[in-house]
Design a protein around this ligand. Sequence first.
Ligand code: FES
Ligand code: FES
Length: 153
Amino acid sequence: MAGQRFDIVVNGTGHSLELPGDTPLLDVLRTDLGLLGTRTGCLEGNCGACTVLLDGRPVQACDTPLGSVAGRRVETIEGLRLEAVREAFLAEQAAQCGYCTNGIIMTVAGLLGGTPAASRAAIVAVLDERHICRCGAQVRILRALDRAMGTVR
Ligand code: FES
Ligand code: FES
């Protein structure tokens, strides 16, 4: 398929990529840029494992075409600026297999780092709607959320 040139900024670094505009951002991150922290899950926008921040807001990278990202700011777990969120998840050991964890951290970081920051209830609602943890780490994930909220606010 013919490519087109797109300029994108990922974790503060500019990249110029010649690819079809409908290439999923998830493929660009993992295959073209080697950023493997963004996980591949359902590929249907249902599990949240692939969540990254786009202009500071959580989006599912499997469901985001490259063409919609040009000129915007992408942040992945490798470039996470709200370090307190990752530290909270580590402190609470809020993972079992860890497959869901990076996406959940990105959603929490995006919503806590927003202006205004989202409420706990709003963050829990988004986690419930957009993320799946098959290991049953939900209680520890909520403890990590509370720890992060106590640190960030
Ligand atoms: S892999 Fe993107 S939502 Fe599941
Ligand atoms: S820790 Fe395994 S899916 Fe969540």
